[in-house]
Ligand binder design. Structure first.
Ligand code: NAI
Length: 711
């Protein structure tokens, strides 16, 4: 029997062969691993001395999925179907083979990993490991029998839930649902699996009955199946708008789950192909891969980041308290500084409030929380206590003079290699750093509210930020599990300016007679979490107004505040915080605020504008064109240059629908030429806000795309 595999370690003792998959970093089922598995099993089935096989993984993973990089670029349906057919052949050979195979699930068992485990005849799992079919999160469905084997093991309702949401379950729940047959401590997992294998040899388990394909007892009757799937379709339609895969998974259940599994596997493969070749999957896979690569920049390649263990946080307000939560929760030491005892006490109260959810859901006990604070947190009003900090994050009031004074003082206190990071939303960081002897140590770390929950961290390089400062900041972001998007200093950095361009274009439509409610519903329908008016009411109409004013001042007439924006601002209705903005929040349900509605009506009357019906698609096109144009301006200005990072920032920072891939992904699919043409029309109608960027005009002329690989 062959044992010289690259990614499978084989040991045979006492008639049992143990196959240990070892394909770092996460034991993916890459093509060569599948090939080696096929060889290894064929060998074991032939070898008389082997009576049973135990299959396990190495490190923290059994198998954490297929290798998406290997399938994402397959362009031909035939090639894909051939690959899926081959994978199915390997799993079927295990399932229908002459010898028992026991999966010893030592760690994460996801996607192709679970499909592999389900093709085995018995499953023993270590405690607390994740088992799941997360494919829908990449716009796919399980493609190696998952949709057909999972319902056989755990019943359709549970399988439906796991596959359409993609959420994994822990081994304890898997045991309850009978996805695994036993749980055994990690240290004795292998022995337990070997014992189970011997159980087959000693007649306690029966191979033919244990094959998943032979288990029909939990499959629903035709009537049950129809009722379940009808209901699931309704629920999925409400929850998964814009996605394809959850619906394809339902199709796979509907058209499959027959007595004979073989045709059902072929049908599943066809549905998998439908998913893979959709734009939705392409976008979601792109987001997934770009997320993994975020922060890996040529500029800092090979530069070792400084270790960050202790972080000083200046200001325990809304942002500071969230940042401290993040730090202590991720195992770092935090020193929280604020101006006086009362401010520190407010900061502590705010910090505790950020843990309410965790306490309520028993993710931490009150004693555990106090112990965490005792162990990891120091509060102070004395800046000298920040002496040991490796990194200081400043989140005090948005005032340049206040911030600069603090930094100057800290320069005399902290070690010269400590990184200074500001969480300013809009102040120029290059200017802020100018008071320092070494401006190279300063950077922007722009957290989003709530800081402990939002995944995005916008990392802003000022003109003199050093590579070492950037490398440390990016490594810190990764260490606290944020997605770092690196951009250069400029008004609103990237995210605020991009979002302002997108949402802000709506005022031109309102001033042109388009009903604000129609704009809201078009934007929500497109997949944004809320429309421009709802967003303004949430962030504050006054804040948006000031942002717009700053853009006007720093970016010039193209960003001139629209007279209708001025008029709405002058009503003094600033949104939720004043009880009313575009909507009035005083009743049980928000209703349009008559004051703002009247201002809009007056404006239209004064300018002789008639109401204008506009299809939702056209509304969104105007907003998108404005956003794409702004992105092109920002690239021209050197604010950012990586489309993949820009798209991630919008997805993680603003809730841009991931299945659409991001603004630049949309732009590439739409085409620079039609966008440019639309912008020229809009410029004529609405003025310079829509004047196309030079870069976009060039792209249109030369037929280029934002992403190097195209649409
Ligand atoms: P906040 O008003 O909740 O907290 C401000 C903090 O500054 C408090 O801890 C306060 O005690 C302290 N402070 C007040 N006067 C001070 C002074 N003279 N010297 C030093 N400290 C003083 O503000 P928030 O919302 O936490 O914002 C803090 C920073 O984060 C600002 O620069 C803001 O632009 C930025 N930011 C805010 C976001 C948000 O959504 N709230 C999002 C991203 C950035």
């Amino acid at each position: 029997m062959r044992t010289d595999f690259r990614s499978i370690r084989v040991e045979t003792a006492d008639g049992i062969a143990v196959f240990r998959i070892h394909n770092p970093p996460v034991n993916q089922l890459s093509e060569h691993v599948v090939r080696e598995l096929a060889d290894a099993f064929a060998g074991a089935f032939r070898e008389a001395a082997v009576q049973a096989v135990v299959l396990t993984g190495s490190g923290k993973n059994f198998v954490a999925g297929a290798d998406i990089t290997q399938i994402k670029d397959i362009r031909s349906r035939e090639a894909l179907l051939a690959l899926l057919h081959e994978n199915n052949r390997v799993l079927n050979a295990i399932e229908t083979g002459p010898k028992p195979v026991v999966a010893a699930i030592n760690g994460a068992c996801l996607g192709g990993g679970l499909e592999l485990a389900m093709a085995c005849h018995y499953r023993v799992a270590a405690p607390g490991v994740d088992l799941g079919q997360p494919e829908v999160q990449l716009g796919l469905i399980p493609g190696a029998g998952g949709t057909q084997r999972l319902p056989r093991l755990i019943g359709l309702p549970n399988a439906l839930d796991m596959i359409t949401t993609g959420k994994p379950i822990r081994s304890e729940k898997a045991l309850e649902r009978r996805l695994v047959d036993e749980i055994a401590p990690t240290e004795t997992l292998l022995q337990a699996a070997i014992r189970a294998a011997k159980g087959f040899l000693e007649g306690r388990h029966h191979l033919a009955l244990r094959a998943t394909r032979a288990r029909h007892e939990r499959l629903p009757s035709a009537a049950e199946k129809k009722a379940l799937l009808d209901f699931a379709r309704l629920m999925t339609a409400a929850k998964a708008k814009g996605y394809i895969a959850p619906f394809k998974a339902l199709d796979a259940f509907e058209r499959g789950l027959h007595f004979d599994i073989e045709p059902d596997l072929a049908m599943e493969a066809e549905l998998f192909a439908d998913c893979l070749f959709s734009n939705v999957a392409r976008n979601l896979i792109g987001i997934f891969l770009h997320t993994r690569a975020a922060g890996r920049l040529p500029r800092i390649e090979g530069i070792p980041p400084a270790p960050v263990r202790t972080v000083g946080v200046l200001g325990g307000g809304v942002m500071g308290s969230g940042i401290v939560h993040l730090l202590v929760n991720e195992g770092l030491n935090a020193v929280l500084w604020d101006i006086d005892d009362a401010a520190v006490a407010r900061g502590m109260a705010g910090l505790r409030a950020t843990f309410d959810y965790h306490l309520k859901n028993k993710k931490i006990t009150p004693e555990g929380l106090e112990a965490l604070f005792r162990e990891r947190l120091t509060c102070t009003t004395d800046l000298a206590r920040l002496k040991e900090a490796d990194l200081v994050i400043e989140a005090v009031v948005e005032d340049m003079a206040v911030k600069q004074k603090l930094w100057k003082e800290l320069e005399g206190i902290c070690r010269p290699e400590a990184v200074f990071a500001t969480n300013t939303s809009a102040l120029p960081i290059t200017e802020m750093a100018s008071v320092l002897g070494d401006p190279g140590r300063m950077i922007g770390l722009h957290f989003f509210n709530p800081a402990h929950r939002m995944q995005l961290l916008e990392v802003i390089c000022a003109r003199k930020t050093s590579d070492a400062t950037l490398a440390t900041s990016v490594a810190f972001a990764r260490a606290v599990r944020k997605i770092p998007i690196v951009v250069n200093d400029g008004p609103g950095f990237y995210v605020s300016r991009q979002l302002s361009a997108f949402m802000g274009a709506s005022v031109f439509l309102m001033a042109d007679g388009v009903d604000p409610a129609a704009i809201e519903s078009a934007v929500v329908d497109f997949g944004m979490p809320m429309g421009p008016a709802a967003l303004s009411d949430l962030t504050g109409i006054d804040i948006n107004y000031r942002v717009n004013k700053t853009f006007e001042m720093r970016l010039g007439p193209r960003w001139k505040v629209h007279p209708l924006t001025e008029a709405i601002y002058r009503t003094g209705c600033y949104g939720r915080k004043t009880g009313a903005g575009y909507m009035d929040y005083s009743g049980p349900q928000p209703v349009p605020n008559p004051k703002v509605a009247a201002v809009i009506q007056d404006y239209l009357k004064q300018h002789g504008v008639a109401p204008r019906q506009m299809p939702p698609r056209e509304i969104v096109d105007v907003l998108l064109a404005a956003a794409v144009n702004e992105a092109a301006y920002m690239m021209e200005e050197g604010i950012c240059d990586r489309p993949q990072d820009m798209d991630l920032a919008m997805v993680y920072g603003t809730g841009f629908p991931p299945y659409r891939g991001g603004i630049l992904r949309c732009a590439d699919r739409w085409g620079a030429r039609p966008i440019h043409e639309l912008l020229l029309e809009l410029e004529k109608r609405y003025g310079p806000r829509f004047t196309p960027a030079r870069r976009l005009a060039e792209m249109a002329r030369e037929g280029r795309t934002f992403y190097p690989e195209g649409a």
